[in-house]
Design a binder for this molecule. Structure first.
Ligand SMILES: Nc1ncnc2c1ncn2[C@@H]1O[C@H](COP(=O)(O)OP(=O)(O)OP(=O)(O)O)[C@@H](O)[C@H]1O
Ligand SMILES: [Mg+2]
Length: 359
């Protein structure tokens, strides 16, 4: 069973969608299979994930849950082709390195025998290596490469500024892959249950009717995933309640500002009330502090305040304000695959946050 996590805050603009996308990116870089459920009527997570057309949106499905089978309506994100391409490039590079190492082996005594060995050797070595890896890498490689070549074009994102297209610098992408995950073998994915304005209609349902709906929709349909991230709207309406009822854990996003501290207190109180007044439990709650500026005395003060108020609920690490994040999101790109070195520190923090969540 996957871990189901709601990303919430009763305050708007604090970074719910950004943290959802950041955690999805971290999981993708770790070869995990992720499903993002976009519960926000604005559908920002769906936009940021460059979702392809198709699939019924979550609002329509939740209006008539018995009519739909969730797994048939899930759509792949545009990030998947990028991850597949990176894995293929990595595998090709590994194979090339293996062959180069074989070439460096010392000569045998009989040069004629050696020549015959070399002619046959590559195929034999390739087969035995594939066997050692448990599967035929070569078959996978060939099939996969064709698939990626076809698929990549389908999810091409248009960049206003050509230099914003990280594909232009594939060397750096490779370098970053190595940093995030040196031994990539299987490919992760991020799929999406699309969001749309249709979710607003659900706010008029009675709480009793609304609460179990998302849980029922997900039930038995998400077993193939490692992680389900639910991006919530900034209100404690039916949508957020449905998300909490379906979750193992709720993350409340906070900024280091007075209003956001107050908003986080309200969110945590709302979670406690929700658990008291319903048959559902959210399991665990945590507070992720986002958009922290270096050497900002007000931010330092608010972080200390939140640590005092919320204690162990405050997740480590907090996330800095990262200047390029908007540009990366604007390119519908996973931050872990962004080639600029400055993105690596930020990506690592998201990876650490994800590890903390999973443990
Ligand atoms: N760590 C960060 N560094 C820099 N910018 C950030 C960071 N986190 C979020 N942002 C930016 O802050 C803005 C608001 O973020 P986001 O849309 O994720 O918030 P939200 O809580 O989902 O908003 P809403 O309540 O409208 O759903 C976006 O422009 C986003 O790019
Ligand atoms: Mg949002």
């Amino acid at each position: 069973m996957p871990l189901l996590v709601s990303i919430s805050s009763l305050k708007g603009g604090v970074g719910k969608t950004s943290v959802t996308l950041g955690l999805a990116s971290a999981a993708l870089a770790a070869d995990m299979r992720v499903l993002v459920v976009d519960m926000d009527p604005h559908g920002d997570a769906s936009t940021g994930l460059a979702v392809e057309d198709g699939g019924t949106d979550v609002g329509t499905m939740l209006s008539r849950p018995k009519k739909f089978t969730l797994s048939e309506e899930i759509v792949p994100s545009g990030w998947n082709a990028l991850a597949e391409k990176a894995v293929m490039e990595r595998q090709l590079q590994n194979e090339a390195e293996d062959f180069a190492e074989d070439d460096e082996e010392p000569d045998t005594e009989d040069p004629a025998e050696d020549a015959v060995d070399t002619a046959e050797g590559s195929a034999i070595d390739a087969d035995s290596r594939a066997e050692e890896d448990g599967e035929s890498n070569y078959d996978e490689l060939d099939e996969g490469y064709e698939y990626v070549t076809e698929d990549t074009s389908a999810v091409e994102v248009e960049y206003e500024d050509e230099t914003a297209n990280p594909d232009l610098d594939t060397d750096s992408v490779d370098e970053h892959q190595e940093l995030t995950n040196p031994a990539r073998s299987r490919c992760g994915s991020v799929d999406v249950v699309r969001g749309s304005a249709a979710t607003t209609g659900l706010e008029s349902l009675t709480l009793k009717k609304a609460l179990p709906r998302l849980r029922q929709l997900l039930d038995g349909e998400v077993e193939d995933y490692d992680l389900v991230l639910i991006d919530c709207p900034p209100t404690l309406g039916r949508l957020t309640s449905m998300a909490w009822a379906a979750s193992d854990r709720v993350i409340s996003i906070a900024e280091p500002s007075l209003f956001s501290v107050a908003g986080t207190e309200r969110t945590l109180r709302a979670i406690a009330r929700f658990e008291q007044n319903s048959e559902y439990s959210v399991g665990a709650a945590s507070v992720v502090i986002n958009k922290v500026q270096d050497n900002n005395p007000e931010h330092n003060y608010r972080i200390e305040e939140m640590t005092t108020l919320f204690g162990e609920l405050v997740a480590i690490p907090s996330l800095p304000e990262f200047e390029s994040f908007q540009r990366i999101q604007g390119s519908a790109y996973p931050v872990h695959f962004w080639p600029e070195p400055a993105a690596q520190d930020f990506a690592q923090k998201l990876t650490d946050l994800l590890e903390g969540l999973l443990n």
